[in-house]
Design a protein around this ligand. Structure first.
Ligand code: CU
Length: 628
C-alpha cells in the first residue's frame, strides 16, 4: 500500500515513501530510519541548513506522533523544515557556482593526500546518463542505464516513478574507457520499445530502472523488473538481456510477478535467482516469489555468440518473504545463496539444489539498514565463505561479518553512512566510495543538494582490516550512485541523478550525468607487472592454464576479480579469488583455475597479475565454464 506524506510536496519518490512506511512499521527499531533527534544523531552538516532540536520539536505535530509514532512524525517534521529551505527556483547560475565550490573544496581537501598511500582522483567528465545502474562488460566497455528524467530542479523528484505512460521510460548508454572521456566515447543502446500493461497503449523504451541484475555465464547482463508506474513505484514484469558482444538488448518472457527493487544473483549452476521487489500492485507489496532464469530444463547460456531470446523463468518451491526490497544476495563457496535482508531478523540461506530456505542468526545491530553495501570477502583460492555488511545506517559506523554461520561485529569505519558502495580491489583490500545521510538527503534535509561534505570522503580497508579515510570525490553521491573497477585498475565513480542535476554546468546540453575516475594507491607505487596473453576460449575448473607475462620476475600473485554490476548499493557479482601459480618457465606461468563453480560461478573474470607489494597488471578477461 502506498501512503502519501502529509506535506503532499514530496511526490513521486518511491524511496521516500519507502522510508515513511518502514518508519511506521518499525518505529521501535531506532536505526537507519530513526528519528534524527535520537541521541548522537548527526544533525548538522557544517554546510548549509542545520536543523536544531528546538526547530524539530516545534515542527513535530502531535497528531502525526499519535498516528505514525514519534520516529515517523519527526522524520516528517524534518522533511517540512528541509523543503521550506529549498522551495525556490534552481537557476543555471546556482548549478555552475555549486560545481565550482565543490571543485575547489575537493582540490583543497585532497592536497594533503599522498597518492602512493591514498590514491587520487583524476578525471571528471560529462556523461549522457545518470547511471543509476551500471555493469562492467567483458568487452571493457561499461553499460550505464537509468530513466528519462521528468525534472530539472534537483529539489524535486527527477525519476518518473509515479508517471504512467510514455514518460515512464528507460535509457541506456555504453561508455568505452579506451575511447577517452569525450562525447564520442559514449554510444546509445536504448532498451527495447515495449507496450507496458498500464492501459495507456504508449510504447516507449522499456522502463527498466530500479530493476535488479547480474551476469549470465556468457558475459551478458540479465535485467529483471522495472517500473510499471504509479503507486510510489510499481513492479514491472520485464526480463531483458544485454548482449555486450553485439551491443543489443533481447527481451525474454515476462516474469510471473512485477518487481520494483528486486535483487538478482547468479548461482554456481549459472542460473540467475530473482528475489524480492515491490509487486505489480505497487509500493508496500514486496513479492515473496522466487524466480529463476532460465527455467529448469532450459539450457544455461555459456556461448557468448548466442543471446537468449524469449526464454522463460520458472518459480522456486520456497519463497523469500523479505519485508524490505533489495536484499543483499551472494552465492558462497558451498554453492548456496545467502540472503542478507535489510531487516536484522531476515537473514536466510537458500539451497538451489532443493529450492529450500533456512533461517540464519539475526544481524547483531538489531535494526533496519537503509541500503548500504555488502561484499563477499576474499578467501584465497577457495572462493568466498564470508560476507561483510557495511553502512546502511548513518548512526552506526560498525561493519558486520557473517562467517561460519555466525555474526560478529567487525572493524568500524570513520562514521556511519547510507547509500555507500564498497569495492574489492585486485590486492584484496576494500574501498568505500559514495554515501549520504539518507535517501536523497545529504545531511540537510531531503531534496536539498547542500551536502555534509564528509560523505564525499572515500575510505580504504587494509589487509589487517583497519579503515582509514582517503581523498574526497568531487560530487556528493548517495542514492542511485555506483562505482566499478575497470580492467586497468582504475575506479569509475558515477550516479546520483539529484547531485548530477544540481551540479550540471549546462543543464540544456543533454548531458546530465558525470563520471569521476579514482586511481588507487597501487597505481602510484612503481612499475606494474605486465600480463600479455591468456587463453582465448573458455577454461574449465581445477585445471592448469598457461598465461604469458613480459615481467616474470615481478609476478608473485595471480587473482581473478569478477566484474561489477550494481545499483542501490547492491552488487551480488563482486568476487575475488587467488589462483595458485603451479609452474614458471620464462614468460610462461601455469595457473590453477578455481576448484569448482561453487568457488567461482561460471562467467567472465578479470585476471590480474600482482607483484609482491600488490601492484596489479592491467587485467585480461578469462571465461570460466564447466567442462571447458
Ligand atoms: Cu531506485
Amino acid at each position: 500500500m502506498s501512503r502519501r506524506r502529509p506535506t503532499g510536496k514530496l511526490a513521486a519518490c518511491a524511496a521516500v515513501l519507502a522510508l515513511a512506511t518502514s518508519a511506521v512499521l518499525t518505529a521501535p527499531l531506532v536505526s537507519a530510519t530513526a528519528s534524527p533527534a535520537a541521541p548522537g544523531a548527526e544533525q548538522s552538516g557544517g554546510h548549509g541548513l542545520r536543523i536544531t532540536e528546538a526547530q524539530l520539536r516545534s515542527e513535530t505535530r502531535p497528531d502525526e506522533v499519535r498516528a505514525f509514532g514519534p520516529a515517523a512524525a519527526q522524520s516528517m517534521a524534518r522533511d517540512r523544515i528541509g523543503l521550506r529551505a529549498v522551495q525556490t527556483d534552481y537557476p543555471q547560475t546556482t548549478r555552475t557556482a555549486r560545481l565550482k565550490a565543490l571543485t575547489e573544496s575537493q582540490a583543497t581537501a585532497n592536497a594533503g593526500f599522498d597518492p602512493a598511500e591514498f590514491g587520487r582522483f583524476t578525471d571528471y567528465f560529462s556523461s549522457p546518463d545518470f547511471a543509476a545502474h551500471i555493469a562492467l562488460l567483458p568487452t571493457g566497455k561499461v553499460l550505464l542505464f537509468s530513466f528519462e528524467s521528468v525534472e530539472e530542479n534537483p529539489q524535486k523528484e527527477p525519476a518518473p516513478t509515479d508517471v504512467i505512460g510514455r514518460q515512464n521510460a528507460g535509457r541506456a548508454y555504453l561508455w568505452d574507457p579506451a575511447a577517452g572521456t569525450g562525447l564520442d566515447a559514449f554510444k546509445a543502446v536504448p532498451p527495447p520499445v515495449v507496450d507496458m500493461p498500464d492501459g495507456t497503449n504508449e510504447p516507449r523504451p522499456a522502463p527498466f530502472f530500479c530493476a535488479g541484475h547480474s551476469y549470465l555465464p556468457n558475459g551478458m547482463v540479465g535485467v529483471f523488473g522495472g517500473n510499471l508506474g504509479g503507486n510510489g513505484g510499481t513492479g514491472a514484469k520485464l526480463a531483458l538481456i544485454f548482449d555486450p558482444w553485439t551491443e543489443t538488448w533481447h527481451r525474454q518472457q515476462d516474469m510471473s510477478v512485477g518487481r520494483w527493487y528486486p535483487t538478482v544473483v547468479t548461482g554456481a549452476d549459472g542460473r540467475q535467482v530473482i528475489m524480492s521487489g515491490q509487486s505489480e500492485l505497487g509500493w508496500g507489496t514486496p513479492t515473496p516469489v522466487v524466480e529463476r532464469f532460465p527455467a529448469a530444463g532450459t539450457p544455461v547460456s555459456y556461448d557468448p555468440r548466442r543471446a537468449p531470446d524469449g526464454v522463460a523463468v520458472d518459480r522456486w518451491k520456497t519463497d523469500a518473504p523479505y519485508r524490505m526490497d533489495y536484499p543483499h544476495l551472494f552465492s558462497l563457496n558451498d554453492g548456496k545463496i545467502y540472503g542478507f535482508g535489510r531487516d536484522a531478523d531476515q537473514q536466510w540461506v537458500f539451497d538451489p539444489a532443493d529450492e529450500s530456505r533456512k533461517q540464519l542468526p539475526d544481524r547483531p545491530d538489531g535494526g533496519l539498514r537503509n541500503y548500504g553495501s555488502a561484499v563477499e570477502l576474499p578467501n584465497g583460492t577457495a572462493g568466498p565463505d564470508s560476507v561483510l555488511v557495511l553502512g546502511g545506517n548513518r548512526n552506526d559506523r560498525n561493519t558486520y561479518l557473517f562467517s561460519g554461520g555466525k555474526w560478529t561485529t567487525s572493524t568500524p569505519r570513520a562514521f556511519g553512512r547510507t547509500q555507500d558502495d564498497t569495492l574489492i580491489l585486485p590486492n584484496g583490500n576494500l574501498f568505500t566510495v559514495n554515501g549520504s545521510y539518507d535517501i536523497r538527503d545529504y545531511g540537510n534535509g531531503p531534496y536539498n543538494p547542500n551536502a555534509d561534505l564528509k560523505y564525499r570522503q572515500t575510505e580504504l580497508r587494509d589487509a589487517d582490516g583497519h579503515w582509514r579515510l582517503g581523498p574526497v570525490q568531487r560530487l556528493p553521491r548517495g542514492y542511485h550512485s555506483n562505482a566499478v573497477i575497470l580492467p586497468d585498475g582504475r575506479i569509475m565513480v558515477t550516479g546520483d541523478e539529484l547531485q548530477q542535476i544540481a551540479n550540471n554546468p549546462d543543464i540544456k546540453s543533454g548531458l546530465n550525468g558525470t563520471i569521476e575516475i579514482y586511481e588507487p594507491p597501487y597505481l602510484h607505487q612503481g612499475p606494474r607487472p605486465v600480463l600479455t596473453r591468456v587463453p582465448a576460449g573458455p577454461v574449465g575448473y581445477d585445471a592448469g592454464i598457461t598465461v604469458r607475462t613480459s615481467t616474470p620476475s615481478q609476478v608473485s600473485r595471480a587473482v581473478l576479480v569478477a566484474p561489477i554490476t550494481s545499483t542501490h548499493a547492491v552488487d551480488t557479482s563482486q568476487r575475488h579469488l587467488d589462483l595458485r601459480i603451479t609452474g614458471r618457465s620464462g614468460g610462461n606461468l601455469v595457473l590453477r583455475t578455481p576448484p569448482s563453480a561453487n568457488a567461482a560461478p561460471p562467467g567472465f573474470y578479470m585476471l590480474f597479475l600482482l607483484d609482491a607489494k600488490g601492484v596489479p597488471s592491467v587485467a585480461k578477461w578469462v571465461q570460466l565454464a564447466p567442462g571447458a
